[in-house]
Design a protein around this ligand. Sequence first.
Ligand code: ATP
Ligand code: MG
Length: 407
Amino acid sequence: MSRLGLTDPEREARLLSRIIETISTGLDLGEIVQGVAALVTETTETDICFVHLLDDTGRRLVLRGATPPFDELAGRIELDLGEGVAGWVAAYGRPVVIDDDKLSDPRYKYIPELRGEDFTSMCSVPIATRPGHLVGVLNVHTRARRVFSYADVELLHSVGGLIAGTIENARLHRRLAEREEAMERFAERVVLAQEAERRRLAGEIHDGISQRIVSLSYHLSAALDALTPRPAREADPPAGDPGAAAEQIRRARALAEDALAETRSAIEGLRPPVLDDLGLPASLASLARSFPQLTVEVDLTPVRLPEHVETAIYRVAQEALSNVARHSGARSAVISLAVRNGEVELEIEDDGVGFDPSRLAGPPASTGYGLGGMRERAELLGGHLEVHSRRGAGTLLRVVIPGKVAL
Ligand SMILES: Nc1ncnc2c1ncn2[C@@H]1O[C@H](COP(=O)(O)OP(=O)(O)OP(=O)(O)O)[C@@H](O)[C@H]1O
Ligand SMILES: [Mg+2]
């Protein structure tokens, strides 16, 4: 068997320089990963190469590129940290070499689509920008038995190091672009929402409040008339009639109270006033008590956040709990607010019917406004929304918002 393989210095230099060429062409992430997989197998005399990258949560690996025919599986194979050889490499940050008999290795996970039975030896290395900052895992496999040497592993490691920075940059770039897009969508919606809000307020002022003030003024004039002496004419009500005046004033007072109540409710629609009165945790607790059909357990860390962040979190919790009440069929739910690694985490969990969260993938208008709106609120604050749900297995919604936390 040819053992020129990975350890031939010329090949090694050629591989690394072609990889640099590939990653500097400014292609998109998928194309870079695909190109690297092809180059690695071609230059290292291996038969297939898989590139698994961490997803945005940093908790799962997703297959992003592979040599054909496995390239078709990109985006469709996922592994938790610690799951399978790649998951093990990601969890421990150390390479793994298996020369033979993968099936008896406890770290190996058989995934039928990847046809592990067709390949004998494998080497799996972390893709990391610097020690501890893992981006993904690179695997190579050979059909014939192959003993991967220390130098082989080192070279694959270098390939990982070379592409890690580019992958990281491409990901940051994508996130930035997504955030910009979210901003644009949000700005558009803010304008629409402002218009709708203006119309709502105008309607409430015109139809409710001003009508009452007009009647109120009429009753006050009538009261005044009733108290003003004037030359008696037959058709006039008797002047100086305190009983009639009192009745008019009573009606005027009732109208003033109605107008006040309507003013309050018009204002409440603008900003949750409980936030100013109670702060975020207590407002969430009070929100949790406001769904009569649900028992909501609360676990709320006392935390102070900038006003706009508190409003966003409150609105997300409000929508999430109303979704639980409307769609989940659950009797109970849990809401928790915590601070982890300087990030605020809001979680709402129910044990109801669950649903398919891939609906979230589309633009907000393709779902109800609720989930899309929650995601937009989180992304605008530099955070993200995670929806974990399966039919029959309940729903966990998590919003993570970085920074600006004061305990
Ligand atoms: N906790 C949940 N349990 C079960 N299904 C849910 C839950 N939350 C959301 N869903 C499902 O996801 C869909 C989309 O939710 P979303 O909040 O975006 O829209 P909506 O509640 O239908 O309408 P809107 O929020 O705009 O009034 C819901 O129609 C429902 O099918
Ligand atoms: Mg909803």
